[in-house]
Design a protein around this ligand. Structure first.
Ligand code: ADP
Length: 420
């Protein structure tokens, strides 16, 4: 069974085709610069190591998806005779609100709901929805599955997801912690349990997804009980350009002091803060680490603040769960930066968390970098969100789920939608 996985962004479509018999990637690529000058498709036939780049105007997502379907059937670079060999399409969807606590075989009502949830994720959901709509425009019978960044965190208890602001804001506007990167947190926690040879249900795991966006999760018995990102992906850890936790009073203060509007403050907190804001040189952790090594004090400060905040959440989540069996690092910085891993875990021996400095520095894929006598295992595990999307899509289609069956009709947000 072949599954196409799509990740539709504002100006790009990333894709992978999986053969689910052995979970191998047959082809992958990206349509870039949709709607702007210099559009192109980059495509790779993975097992034959054949690559191509096709340039030309791609003015919409619809044309972008058409290009993907074309190249998958191309004589030279294709991997199938007929597009009908694709049994289903799985989509990464940023925000599922409270309506999608699971990956869902979609119907048109779900698509409308995903579009409606754009009010919570205006930068992401409209593009995710456009991808789904486009596939149905081109292939009306194609089963499509939505895999949501928020779903995994729907298991959080109320004390973890309700903000201490007027409760009506939750009821009327859906303001609460949702959390993101759920697919990645779930995947690496499952991988860690496998590595430990123990059932996930018996384990308490802290996962740290540290890419340009970064979040941590407390996973107790396989379910997320808390996470650092909140109503939006701005809360929590220090990120490439996002500030993470700050005193909310800073926002009106800046508005008044700088005479700027809400959107301008949002821009500063999302695009000019984090590693970039502190260091003043770059949002990229590699540049920051290099500058710090060369004596740049603000770059060093950016590293120190990032590590300090990671450590604080490790403490918080250990306390919340009452025990920790494993800490997992994933995504660009988590997988590659021994400095951040080492800094985040320094001085936690009293907690039974003891990193082996040599193993940490050597790094690697899927390795345990804990010292022999550490009570807590410490893993580097590469994430694979596309594989999770393909697996969920395969499961739902294989089991003959009915479209829309996973809907949670009791959700506050659906009620909100009906009354608004
Ligand atoms: P995204 O969230 O965009 O998917 P990634 O998971 O690719 O991001 O992570 C990007 C981050 O990983 C960047 O800050 C980059 O500097 C960092 N990174 C990649 N390789 C290294 C490395 N060898 N050492 C330190 N940081 C690295």
């Amino acid at each position: 069974m072949k599954i196409l996985v799509l990740n539709c962004g504002s100006s790009s479509i990333k894709y992978q085709v999986f053969n689910m018999e052995d979970e191998t990637v047959l082809a992958k690529g990206a349509v870039e610069r949709i709607g702007i000058e210099g559009s192109f498709v980059e495509h790779e036939v993975v097992q034959q190591d054949k690559k191509t780049k096709i340039e030309g105007e791609i003015s919409s997502h619809q044309i972008g998806v058409e290009k993907v379907l074309d190249i998958l059937q191309d004589e030279e670079y294709g991997i199938m005779q007929d597009i009908k060999e694709i049994k289903a399409v799985g989509h990464r969807v940023a925000h599922g609100g409270e309506s999608f606590p699971h990956s869902t075989l979609l119907d048109y009502e779900d698509l409308a709901e995903i579009e409606d949830l754009s009010r919570l994720a205006p930068l992401h959901n409209p593009h995710n929805a456009a991808g789904i709509r486009t596939i149905w425009d081109l292939l009306p019978d194609m089963p499509q599955v939505g895999v949501f960044d928020t779903s995994f965190h729907q298991s959080m208890p109320k004390e973890a997801y309700i903000y201490p602001i007027p409760y009506e804001f939750y009821e009327n506007m859906g303001i609460r912690r949702y959390g993101f990167h759920g697919t990645s947190h779930k995947y690496v926690a499952e991988q860690a349990a496998q590595k430990m040879g123990q059932p996930l249900e018996d384990l308490k795991i802290i996962t740290a997804h540290l890419g340009n966006g970064a979040s941590m999760a407390a996973i107790d018995g396989g379910v997320s009980v808390d996470t650092t990102m909140g109503f939006t992906p701005l809360e929590g850890l220090v990120m490439g350009t996002r500030c993470g936790d700050i005193d909310p009073s800073i926002i009106p203060f800046l508005q008044k002091k700088m005479e700027i509007n809400a959107q301008e403050v949002e821009e500063i907190l999302n695009k000019e803060s984090g590693l970039l804001g502190i260091s003043g040189i770059s949002y990229d952790a590699r540049d920051i680490e290099q500058a710090a090594a060369e004596g740049n004090e603000r770059a060093q400060l950016a590293v120190d603040i990032s590590c300090y905040r990671l450590k604080k959440f490790i403490g918080a989540y250990s306390t919340v769960m009452g025990r920790v069996d494993a800490i997992v690092f994933t995504a660009g910085i988590g997988e590659k930066s021994h400095i951040v891993r080492g800094g985040a875990l320094a001085g936690l021996d009293f907690w039974g968390v003891k990193i082996d400095p040599e193993k940490n520095e050597r790094g690697g894929e899927f390795v345990d970098i804990a010292a022999e006598d550490s009570k807590v295992r410490i893993f580097i595990i590469p994430t694979n969100e596309e594989l999770v999307i393909a697996r969920d899509t395969n499961e739902l289609v294989k089991n003959g789920e009915e479209p829309g069956k996973n809907d949670n009709d009791n959700s506050v947000l659906r009620d909100y939608k009906k009354t608004s």
